[in-house]
Ligand binder design. Structure first.
Ligand SMILES: Cc1cc2nc3c(=O)[nH]c(=O)nc-3n(C[C@H](O)[C@H](O)[C@H](O)COP(=O)(O)OP(=O)(O)OC[C@H]3O[C@@H](n4cnc5c(N)ncnc54)[C@H](O)[C@@H]3O)c2cc1C
Length: 355
């Protein structure tokens, strides 16, 4: 397994649990803040518009994250719920309801006034309704990634520090390349755009503790209330410039900071003067259509390429690992929409509607 982000760490652990002898090779450290999985927090929501496959996987993954927390006694799951701010009556949020119904996932379809109590301060004059998922929540991502590696090691995974490249031709029955944004530079057949994302945490008073996560899909902002002392997260999900994840200076841009401040003041008026108390600069590895990549390498069928998390991969970690392990063991086929090769379609699976 090359790469100890959430996809690699979870799949290494899954294969080790199934009896495989697994070597996990990481170029920096599991949970490095240079990786998307090294972020402080990641939302787990089930709503995915009409993309049922992802809704089902997110719901299954939720149970597995909670099992991991219970088995280790280490807190990684914040059960705060997630609210979707619907600008239109027939948008992404409304389309999500059918798959939530099918899966039996609890949700509330609220009139905007009825959502006022979810946050200490909330502006609703531009909302048609609010889709609230009370069983959704927030994962402490870096900690969870490291926990997956540690749990993998308990099942025999051997963690090694090295940068592995295809020319090394690693000797193993199967090699899974789970290299996040690095996948595209290692394999020309992988089409990914690696774009920066700046994330801001605002200092708020204690009333924001336990406030839900949120997605404002049409405006392309998301975040959560106060969690683990980090502050209130406001993250613009706007188009970002392409970056190199090894060399980028992780200092936030003023333009993104302004965008986050403006959004905070507009959506949560009590935060208008809240100070920024933390920042992160991260990157998305965006596939053309925001579907993941899971496929055999065209020239070397014992190699699997997995990635293309596209800004929404984290939550799926342990359930995605089962899917990949099944593909590796040949007990199921990879989904056609995860294949390498030309892709078309919109970028609709992440928390923002912008491509
Ligand atoms: C700002 C931001 C917010 C996000 N919000 C959410 C969210 O709310 N909910 C959600 O579900 N998802 C979210 N995501 C997406 C999610 O974090 C990613 O999809 C997921 O973490 C990707 O995991 P990964 O394992 O594919 O890649 P990564 O986390 O990037 O891990 C890849 C690992 O491989 C290692 N590696 C790479 N190349 C090599 C090599 N050649 N040799 C050895 N090691 C190598 C790297 O060092 C790294 O540790 C967000 C992403 C960002 C950036």
């Amino acid at each position: 397994m090359v790469g100890a982000g959430v996809f690699g760490a979870a799949t290494a652990r899954e294969l080790a649990r199934r009896g495989w002898d697994v070597r996990l090779v990481e170029q920096y450290a599991p949970g490095t803040v240079r990786s998307a999985s090294g972020g402080d927090t990641r939302l787990l929501r089930v709503a995915h518009g009409d993309a049922n496959w992802y809704a089902e996987m997110a719901w299954r993954a939720r149970g597995k994250w909670i099992e991991l927390q219970e088995a280790t006694g280490i807190r990684i799951w914040e059960p705060v719920g997630v609210a979707w701010f619907a600008r239109a009556a027939d948008g992404f949020e409304e389309r999500s309801r059918a798959s939530l119904d099918r899966l039996g996932v609890p949700y509330e379809w609220l009139a905007p006034e009825d959502a006022l109590g979810l946050y200490p301060s909330l502006r609703i004059d531009d909302l048609a309704s609010v889709l609230f998922e009370p069983e959704a929540g927030v994962l402490q991502a870096r900690r969870a990634t490291q926990l997956l590696v540690e749990e993998g090691e308990r099942h025999g995974v051997r963690l090694e520090s090295a940068r592995c490249v295809p020319a090394d031709e690693p000797r193993a029955d199967v090699v899974v390349w789970a290299c996040g944004p690095w996948l595209a530079s290692l394999f020309p057949e992988v089409e990914l755009k690696v774009t920066r994302r700046d994330v801001f945490f605002f200092g708020a008073d204690a009333s924001w503790r336990g406030a839900p996560g949120f997605c404002d899909y049409d405006a392309a902002y998301y975040g959560h209330g106060e969690i683990a002392g980090l502050g209130v997260k406001i993250a613009p999900d706007l188009p970002g410039e392409e970056i190199d994840p090894d060399t980028v200076e992780r200092i936030p841009l003023r333009s993104w900071e302004h965008a986050a401040r403006e959004y905070a003041a507009r959506r949560f008026p009590a935060l208008a003067d809240a100070p920024v108390i933390g920042t992160r600069v991260c990157q998305y590895d965006l596939s053309v259509d925001t579907h993941f990549i899971v496929d055999r390498h065209p020239g070397n069928p014992s190699w699997w390429l997995i990635g293309g998390g596209s800004g929404h991969g984290f939550k799926h970690g342990p359930a995605f690992a089962q899917y990949v392990a099944d593909c590796v063991e040949g007990t199921r086929e990879r989904e056609p929409f995860h294949a390498l090769g030309a892709r078309t379609g919109d970028a609709g699976l992440r928390t923002g509607s912008y491509g």
